[in-house]
Design a protein around this ligand. Structure first.
Ligand SMILES: Cc1cc2nc3c(=O)[nH]c(=O)nc-3n(C[C@H](O)[C@H](O)[C@H](O)COP(=O)(O)OP(=O)(O)OC[C@H]3O[C@@H](n4cnc5c(N)ncnc54)[C@H](O)[C@@H]3O)c2cc1C
Length: 487
């Protein structure tokens, strides 16, 4: 037990004895969960903290949209590892937020196991469960064989290349027809976990991540309450895009786009990797070579979400609806939120290069693509009543593929009506482009240290449905916030 809330969940720092009278000051750049959590920890330890956030909202890649009349997470939506070791789990439990378990530890497909799903071919025929189970086993076998390839190789290679080597060595693992299409769907899901294509995922590193135990829980009421709780009482300045960070002899000067300067003893930079890669923040003096090389060598992936609200549920009562296809790109993935939340909502997710291609489509084309996928699977599908799309108005300075991780300046939500016409906004039509910045390893580049990874999963029987985060023992919230009562 940790009655002072000093260590719980890793969100708080130990109390620091101070010799000086005024508290040390820190500027936190970026109001996503990492920045807000850092600011919370520092503030709880009596630092003077100011958060500078470029958007007109906090949360960054956590963004819960309420335009359907129910919370929909357009960024992060799962708690991966529902256990006390996960610093967020006790907080979620303390706040009384519900989680819906989509898979246990060691599931084949990361945040989903192959249990509550319905896969269809492009003609709307449902793939038999036995086929999916059988292919799931083959998929695991292939991944195990890639580990042997890795052990023989001195140099890194893309995971896709290793899979080709496995097929050469074990031709019986290469599948055909419908089996192959289901296998491609499994690869599609793997790519979604990394938000990158298999030819960009590092063989050396892909399974090195230590995923916390406890299974994967979907935030039924959205992630925003977590951000909101952590941000309580903090000094947060919105619409403050940092453009320059200057180290001075007694501290740091942080300058924003509108020319405002902030001084502090130190600063914490929590902007996405994509922002650092785009060099839109000037460092004075320049960052050391080892740091800028690390920034350059790490990759970021792309993931898009399109949420659709229907007037009735016409799909099977499963967590995942999927369309299999001859390539991972041709496959589709719909998360059925009705199963977890009771709301008639499907969320389409695209990842990797396919997600980047979706970003290039016009709004109408992107919606058409998603709805056509749905109608192929379920010919009786109705048109969505509403859609959530996001326009990410990126800084024009540099164009990078992953607008989200690039840390776009602002994000406009638009609700679409049945006729497909977007609600007009001052910025014109809107479209969703959320990039998940899970690090990936670019082909040919040296593998960055153990970052772009996830363990090979083994299917285990899972308990589906509602689950609870571990018991909260102490609040990580500000010491004077609320009653701090235990739940
Ligand atoms: C579609 C999608 C789904 C995801 N699903 C999950 C999931 O289910 N579970 C999970 O655990 N993770 C998930 N992730 C990943 C998770 O969302 C991120 O790892 C996490 O939110 C990153 O938090 P962060 O604070 O590091 O960065 P961010 O949330 O990106 O925060 C950085 C902040 O910095 C701001 N900023 C950028 N540039 C500047 C500047 N120059 N000056 C000031 N501020 C700036 C940005 O506006 C942003 O608010 C998902 C991500 C995406 C995109």
């Amino acid at each position: 037990m940790d009655p002072n809330g000093l260590k719980t969940g890793g969100l708080l720092l130990p109390t620091i004895e101070r010799r000086c009278t005024s508290p040390p000051s820190v500027i936190v750049i970026g109001g996503g969960i990492s920045g807000v959590a850092a600011a919370r920890a520092l503030s709880n330890s009596s630092f003077k903290v100011t958060v500078l956030e470029s958007r007109d909202r906090i949360g960054g890649r956590i963004h819960t949209d309420n335009s359907f009349g129910c919370p929909i997470d357009m960024g992060a939506s799962w708690l991966h590892g529902v256990c006390n070791e996960n610093p967020l789990a006790p907080l979620i439990s303390y706040l009384g937020l519900r989680l819906y378990r989509t898979s246990d530890d060691n599931s084949v497909l990361y945040d989903h196991d192959l249990e509550s799903y319905a896969l269809f071919d492009k003609d709307g025929n449902q793939v038999p469960k036995e086929t999916v189970d059988k292919v799931g086993e083959t998929f695991e076998r292939i991944l195990e064989e890639t580990v042997k390839v890795r052990d023989e190789q001195e140099h890194d290679m893309p995971l896709l290349q290793a899979i080709s080597i496995v097929f050469e060595r074990h031709p019986h693992l290469k599948l055909e027809g419908l089996d192959d299409q289901v296998l491609q769907w499994c690869v599609c899901r793997l790519e979604a976990w990394f938000a990158a294509d298999a030819d960009e995922i590092s063989l050396k590193n892909w399974d090195q991540e230590r995923v916390l135990t406890g299974g994967h829980g979907l935030m039924v009421n959205g992630y925003y309450p977590v951000i909101e709780a952590l941000a309580q009482g903090l000094d947060i300045r919105l619409n403050q895009r940092v453009t320059e960070i200057t180290r001075q002899h007694n501290g740091v000067k942080v300058t924003t786009e509108d020319g405002t300067s902030y001084l502090a003893d130190a600063c914490i930079i929590s902007v996405p990797l994509g922002v650092l890669k785009a060099n839109v923040i000037k460092f004075e003096p320049e960052l050391p070579q080892w740091k800028s090389s690390a920034i350059a060598d790490l990759g970021v992936g792309t993931e898009n979400k399109i949420a659709m609200h229907f007037d009735r549920v016409f799909w099977p009562n499963v967590e995942v609806l999927g369309m299999v296809g001859p390539t991972p790109k041709a496959c589709g993935y719909f998360l059925n939120l009705h199963k977890a939340t009771g709301n008639p909502v499907l969320v389409y997710m695209a990842a990797g290069r396919f997600a980047q291609e979706v970003e290039k489509l016009s709004d109408k084309e992107a919606v058409g693509l998603v709805v056509s996928h749905l109608k192929k699977m379920l010919p009786d599908a109705t048109e969505p009543v509403k859609l959530i799309y996001f326009e990410l108005v990126s800084m024009k300075v540099v164009h990078v593929a992953d607008a989200f991780a690039f840390g776009v300046v602002c994000c406009r939500r638009s609700t679409w009506c049945r006729d497909g016409a977007p609600t007009p906004t001052p910025w014109g039509p809107t479209r969703a482009t959320w990039s998940r910045s899970r690090p990936t390893c670019a082909r040919g580049s040296p593998p960055p240290s153990r970052t772009c990874t996830s363990p090979a999963r083994r299917p285990v029987p899972s308990t589906r449905g509602p689950c609870t985060a571990p018991t909260r023992r102490a609040s990580p919230l500000p010491r004077n916030a609320g009653s701090g009562s235990w739940r």
